[in-house]
Each structure stands twice: as structure tokens, then as C-alpha cells.
Design a protein. Structure first.
Length: 119
């Protein structure tokens, strides 16, 4: 069983940067694809970014492409989401997710961390 714990959220002003971290335990981190999702109030959860188990492939939602960067550090069992040029519409609870590389769906989810971007 994989446990995921997000950190790094907070209340920030538009235009600044924030870095989220997700620490994993209980599994072989290097065999997991990792993703970040978010859910804004009254909206469905949406995909933000993902990184393959090798770190060689990254994927982004159009809404964050060019502003957010996902990365991983297997030695620390941690995945990061660097968020630059934050906008009020980035306000949401951000969730970290994991899936074994050969599986189609994310099976493990963190509790989420709140990011609030004010004008």
C-alpha cells in the first residue's frame, strides 16, 4: 500500500511561485508514474501534470503548460510541482496520485493541499 502526503500549499498573491511536494512511502517509488490533480470549489477534479516512472516523460494540462513543472527525486521518494506565475484560477486543492507504470489508472491518492491565489 502506497501512502502519499502532499505539502507546500498556502495562500499567495497572483504572479508568485509555489512548490508543492508529495512524499511517498510503502511502495517502490521508482516503479510508479506520478501525477498531480486539482479540484476547485464546485468543479470536478482535473488533471494538472504527470511524470513517468523513469522521469523521462512529462505531461501537462494546457492551462498550466509553460507555468508549471513536474519533477521527481527517486532517492527521496518525492515528486514536486513547481508552480510559477500563479493565477487566481489556479486556486484549488491539489492532489498527488500514483500508479504502477504498467497500470492505466491512478490507484493511490494523497489527502490534498490547499492552494489559494489572491489578486
Amino acid at each position: 500500500q502506497v501512502q502519499l502526503v502532499e505539502s507546500g500549499g498556502g495562500l499567495v498573491q497572483a504572479g508568485v511561485s509555489l512548490r508543492l511536494s508529495c512524499a511517498a512511502s510503502g511502495g517502490t517509488f521508482s516503479t510508479y508514474d506520478m501525477g498531480w490533480f486539482r479540484q476547485a470549489p464546485g468543479k470536478e477534479r482535473e488533471f494538472v501534470a504527470a511524470i513517468s516512472w523513469t522521469g523521462g516523460n512529462t505531461y501537462y494540462a494546457d492551462s498550466v503548460k509553460g507555468r508549471f513543472t513536474i519533477s521527481r527525486e527517486n532517492a527521496k521518494n518525492t515528486v514536486y510541482l513547481q508552480m510559477n506565475s500563479l493565477k487566481p484560477e489556479d486556486t484549488a486543492v491539489y492532489y498527488c496520485a500514483a500508479k504502477i507504470y504498467y497500470k492505466a489508472s491512478y490507484a493511490y491518492w494523497g489527502q490534498g493541499t490547499q492552494v489559494t491565489v489572491s489578486l
